[in-house]
Design a protein around this ligand. Structure first.
Ligand code: AMP
Ligand code: FE
Ligand code: FE
Ligand code: ZN
Length: 290
């Protein structure tokens, strides 16, 4: 028997991926993924279509979300799995983040347009109704206007979508400890996304302590943005604090170079997620899942 291929962190067009939720599952089936995590930023709007496509195409769906959080002003991404999507407290924070992201994107476009002429309407052409707006959508408008060749170039250091530039505007996000508490209250499984991805903006020891105190259950270790040293260090931390460990592609369609299945999660770790979550797996093999 071959081991199941489990890729628990990907994005669709309901946030900053470029495949529709259905297209994402089609791509996963083509990449021989058995269990796909659908984890759009601050929304669960892709779940229903992904589950329907999973039933049709033989892909099991791990329902999740990548929650925008912050610690002392640093942006921290938190994966949440198998939670009640109607939990009022969690829903209130993610809705506020989504609305703040919209205001913030408009402000960034005003600043960027001084040097790279684009309009808010140009950005909206790349955003479906109900999509969580992010800098990648601004990058799409910059690509369409011919200012940069692709999203990645827009995010290059000093580029119009990069961190720590005169164009950058932050958005509201709940404190990481508060968000973890809400995910647990909603019956979900909080796993820190790519904790040491951004040099200098990585999860600090203090933020990790707060996160563990608040009920963090896992760390994403195998990720394109972690080198071998970061992975080894994170694995040691996970052992010390008895946290589950995941690996994922963080696939965004054509928006990033990450390919589905680039990194995977061990079945035993998925079992830990399922055991701790309030929702079951869905899609293929889980037709009766509600
Ligand atoms: P935001 O959520 O608006 O702060 O934008 C951050 C998002 O931009 C992340 O979730 C990534 O998906 C995306 N991103 C970051 N760096 C890059 C890059 N180099 N190329 C493409 N997308 C990126
Ligand atoms: Fe993203
Ligand atoms: Fe992320
Ligand atoms: Zn992600």
């Amino acid at each position: 028997m071959t081991t199941a291929r489990i890729d628990p962190h990907t994005h669709s067009t309901v946030s900053d991926g470029t495949d529709s939720p259905t297209g994402l599952v089609e791509a996963a089936a083509a990449a021989r993924i058995d269990v796909l995590g659908v984890t759009d930023h601050d929304t669960t709007a892709g779940w229903a279509d992904a589950v329907a496509a999973g039933e049709r195409l033989g892909v099991t769906i791990l329902r999740g979300m990548e929650v925008s959080t912050q610690h002392e002003g640093r942006s921290i991404h938190l994966l949440a799995y198998l939670f009640d999507p109607g939990h009022p407290g969690l829903l209130a924070r993610t809705e506020r983040a989504r609305s703040s992201r919209l205001d913030r994107a408009r402000m960034m476009v005003e600043r960027i347009a001084v040097d790279f002429p684009i309009t808010w309407e140009d950005v909206l052409r790349h955003v479906d109704d109900g999509t969580t707006v992010g800098r990648p959508h601004i990058a799409d408008a910059l690509v369409a206007a011919g200012h940069v060749p692709n999203r990645n170039a827009a995010f290059a250091p000093g580029g119009p979508c990069a961190n720590r530039t005169k164009y950058y505007v932050p958005h509201y996000a709940p404190d990481v400890g508060e968000a973890i508490g809400l995910v647990r209250e909603a019956g979900g499984v909080p796993v820190m996304a790519h904790p040491w991805a951004q040099r200098g903006r990585a999860l600090t020891a203090r933020a990790l302590d707060e996160a563990i105190e608040a009920g963090l259950l896992g760390l994403e270790v195998d990720h394109l943005d972690h080198d071998d040293e970061a992975r080894a260090g994170l694995r040691r931390l996970a052992e010390r604090h008895d946290l589950l460990v995941t690996g994922s592609s963080d696939y965004h369609g054509t928006g990033k170079t990450n390919r589905l299945g680039d990194h995977l999660t061990d079945p035993g770790q998925l079992e830990r997620i399922v055991a701790a979550g309030t929702l079951p797996l869905a899609g293929a093999g889980h037709r009766d899942a509600r």
